[in-house]
Design a protein around this ligand. Structure first.
Ligand SMILES: Cc1cc2nc3c(=O)[nH]c(=O)nc-3n(C[C@H](O)[C@H](O)[C@H](O)COP(=O)(O)O)c2cc1C
Length: 194
């Protein structure tokens, strides 16, 4: 009886986490809208950076992030798609660590449909720059202007398949931690020592 209730609670917590991710993607200022994405570089080892959570599909257990095709993270993910995402909400007291497989897409309908929405906004400029992110500049600032012939720019989708969620709740009445593993056809969830 006790373990049934505990299992129901785990399942409800998993659902709540996905609902929070959906909320975060649609809400400017939600602390989970800005995620830390960590990848592996063959030379430098772990590489982490902030990215914006754009879309969440709980049924497919998928997230979408936008980036520049030329950014080093794309080459790192093409070489090794395993990545970790970390987010923290002080308001909720929740840390979420997502073990993921990430694939990059720079053409196809999913890319062109997003670019059609983005291209008339200020954010489009991020993907039309003549210089790749991380290029050396002689003076500080943007590499302004548009690359000759740039049409869709260097806009790329990162499709993030979540394989595992590790949730930690910091609470004065007692911390809690659970892991949700989606690798098998039947997802498996467990409580862990925080
Ligand atoms: C608040 C914030 C949001 C960011 N959002 C994105 C993003 O959605 N996509 C992205 O590629 N870079 C984003 N960046 C820039 C990255 O953190 C990083 O500097 C850049 O992508 C280069 O990363 P890389 O050299 O590891 O590929 C963001 C930075 C900050 C501070």
């Amino acid at each position: 009886m006790g373990s049934d209730r505990s299992g129901d609670e785990l399942q409800a917590q998993g659902t709540a986490l996905w609902a929070e991710l959906v909320r975060a993607a649609g809400m400017h200022g939600h602390p989970w809208r800005q995620l830390v994405l960590a990848t592996t570089c063959a030379v430098r080892g772990a590489q982490a950076r902030t990215v914006v959570l754009r879309e969440v599909d709980p049924a497919a257990r998928e997230l979408v992030i936008y980036t520049d095709t030329r950014s080093p993270k794309v080459a790192q993910l093409d070489r090794d798609p395993r990545a970790q995402i970390v987010c923290w909400s002080a308001a909720l007291g929740w840390q979420l660590r997502l073990g993921c497989l990430v694939t990059s897409e720079s053409d196809g309908l999913d890319v062109t449909s997003r670019w059609a929405m983005l291209r008339h906004t200020r954010a489009a400029q991020d993907y039309l720059s003549p210089l790749a992110p991380g290029s050396v500049l002689s003076v500080p600032g943007d590499s302004s202007g548009t690359a000759p012939g740039a049409v869709r720019g260097t806009f790329t989708l990162l499709r993030v398949q979540v394989q595992e969620m590790d949730w930690l709740s910091l609470d004065p009445t007692g911390h809690r931690r659970a892991v949700f593993d989606y690798r098998d056809a039947v997802p498996c969830a467990r409580w862990l020592v925080p």
